[in-house]
Write a protein that binds this ligand. Structure first.
Ligand code: GLV
Ligand code: MN
Ligand code: MN
Length: 414
C-alpha cells in the first residue's frame, strides 16, 4: 500500500455540476425524483454517466444485469478495487441517495488519473442497479448479479406494480437476462462505497464523515389480511369481517411491539392496498408491507415472530385470515476493519473529522461485505432528511467525502 501525506485534490465544481445534471434526470414530482430501475429515465441517466466516464478517459462497460462500470486500468489488470453506489431511487426520493457515491467515485478516478497516473491495481467506479427494491421486490439486484446470487427463477417471478416481470423490463432496457451469469465477477479485491448518512448524527454533532462499522439486518414482508366484502349500508357492525379494521389494528400493534423493544429496533408500514377499494364496500382484502430492522439478527427474528403471532391473534379475534410472505431478509453485516483503517487514515490526511458509526439504512455494501472486503464512508445529510425531496448534502461536504475517497483509493491501488 502506498502511503500518501497529501490529499488527492478532486474537482469540487465538476462534482457539483454532475450532481445537478444527474439530479435532473428522472420524473420530477412534487420536488422529488423517481428513477426506477430499467425505466426510460434510468436508461437516460446511465447513458449520461457513460458519457462522463468516457470523457474522463475511463474504459466503459455495462454488464448483463445493467450495472455500468468505468475502468481505470492498472498495471495488474487481474485484480480490481471497486467503488460506487446505486443509480435507482425510491419513489419521490432525493437526488443524493446512491448518486452521491457514484459521482464521488467518478471524480475520484478523474483526479487519480490526472494526479497519480496509472494505478498498480485496476480501479473501477460502478453505477449499481435496483438497490432500493422500489420497482421490483429485488433489493441489491445489481450487486447480487455481480456476486452470482441471483436465482434464475427470480427473472420470471419478480414483477413490478404493472405486472411486468423483471426479465421483460431488462429486455425493454436493451439487456439480455439470459446472459445473467456473465455479470459475475471474480477479480474484486475490495468495495468502497461513499453514501449520504440519511440520518442526523453527523449533522447534529458537526462531524465531517462517518466510518461505517456495521449495517443493520432488514426484513421486508408483505402481509395479506382477508375478510368478506359486504354492503356498507345493510351489514350491522357486529356481523362484519372487515379486513381493513383488522389490518389497521395489526399496524398499531406492530408499531407498539417495536416501540416497546426500544432503540435501535425500527419498523415501518409504508405500503397499503385495499380491495375492492370502494367507499360503500366493506374491505375484503388488505395488503400491507412491513420493513423491520435491527443490528442483531436474533432480535430481528424474535421481533418478526412476535409480530406474526400478534397478527394471527388479531385475525382470529375478528374472523379474518392473515398470511405473510418475506420478500427479502438480509443479515446485519460488518465492514472490513483493515479498510475502515484505510478510510480513517485518509480522513486524517485530509484533515476531516470522523466518527465510527452503524448504518440504519440498507446498502449494496451489506451484500458485498459477505463476499469481499468492503467499507463505507458517510457524508452528512442536512437535518438527517432522506428518502424524501428534502434530502440534501452540501457541496462542501460532498467534496470533502470525495477527497477522502480518492485519497483512500490511492492508498489501496497505487
Ligand atoms: C435503502 O435505502 C433502505 O431502505 O435502507
Ligand atoms: Mn435509499
Ligand atoms: Mn442508498
Amino acid at each position: 500500500m502506498a502511503e500518501r501525506s497529501q490529499p488527492i485534490q478532486i474537482d469540487a465544481s465538476l462534482l457539483q455540476k454532475y450532481g445537478e445534471a444527474l439530479g435532473s434526470i428522472g420524473w420530477q414530482i412534487e420536488g422529488g425524483i423517481v428513477r426506477p430501475v430499467y425505466s426510460a429515465a434510468w436508461v437516460q441517466a446511465r447513458g449520461q454517466l457513460a458519457e462522463w466516464m468516457r470523457a474522463a478517459g475511463l474504459d466503459v462497460r455495462e454488464d448483463s444485469v445493467g450495472n455500468l462500470f468505468g475502468r481505470l486500468r492498472g498495471a495488474d489488470e487481474s485484480r480490481t478495487i471497486l467503488t460506487g453506489s446505486h443509480l435507482d431511487t425510491v419513489p419521490l426520493g432525493g437526488k443524493f441517495d446512491g448518486a452521491s457515491g457514484i459521482l464521488a467515485g467518478l471524480v475520484a478516478l478523474v483526479a487519480l488519473r490526472e494526479q497519480a497516473g496509472q494505478p498498480r491495481r485496476t480501479l473501477e467506479v460502478v453505477a449499481l442497479c435496483e438497490e432500493e427494491g422500489s420497482r421490483f421486490p429485488a433489493h441489491y439486484w445489481g450487486t447480487r448479479g455481480i456476486l452470482g446470487l441471483i436465482q434464475a427463477d427470480e427473472l420470471e417471478h419478480l414483477r413490478d406494480d404493472q405486472g411486468m416481470t423483471i426479465s421483460e423490463a431488462m429486455r425493454a432496457a436493451g439487456l439480455s437476462p439470459e446472459h445473467l451469469r456473465e455479470a459475475v465477477r471474480h477479480d474484486l479485491d475490495a468495495f468502497i462505497e461513499l453514501h449520504i448518512e440519511q440520518g442526523r448524527i453527523l449533522f447534529d454533532e458537526r462531524v465531517d464523515l462517518g466510518i461505517v462499522q456495521a449495517i443493520v439486518g432488514l426484513q421486508h414482508r408483505w402481509v395479506t389480511v382477508k375478510g368478506r366484502a359486504d354492503h356498507a349500508g345493510t351489514t350491522p357492525m357486529y356481523l362484519r369481517r372487515d379486513a381493513l379494521q383488522g389490518a389497521a389494528q395489526m399496524a398499531v400493534e406492530i408499531t407498539r411491539l417495536v416501540e416497546q423493544e426500544g432503540r435501535p429496533a425500527v419498523v415501518t408500514i409504508g405500503k397499503w392496498e385495499v380491495k375492492p377499494g370502494a367507499v360503500n364496500v366493506i374491505p375484503e382484502e388488505v395488503g400491507f408491507s412491513i420493513d423491520l430492522r435491527h443490528p442483531e439478527e436474533e432480535t430481528k427474528q424474535r421481533l418478526a415472530s412476535a409480530i406474526g403471532a400478534r397478527c394471527a391473534a388479531i385475525a382470529q379475534e375478528r374472523g379474518l385470515t392473515v398470511s405473510s410472505e418475506i420478500s427479502s431478509d438480509s443479515l446485519p453485516s460488518s465492514m472490513d476493519p483493515a479498510l475502515q483503517s484505510v478510510l480513517i487514515q485518509a480522513a486524517e490526511t485530509c484533515g476531516a473529522s470522523w466518527k465510527a458509526m452503524p448504518s440504519g439504512a440498507g446498502h449494496d455494501s451489506q451484500e458485498m461485505a459477505r463476499h469481499l472486503p468492503t467499507a463505507m464512508l458517510f457524508v452528512p445529510s442536512v437535518e438527517g432528511r432522506s428518502h424524501s425531496a428534502a434530502e440534501y448534502t452540501t457541496p462542501e461536504d460532498a467534496a470533502r467525502g470525495a477527497t477522502v475517497l480518492a485519497t483512500a483509493l490511492y492508498q489501496l491501488a497505487y
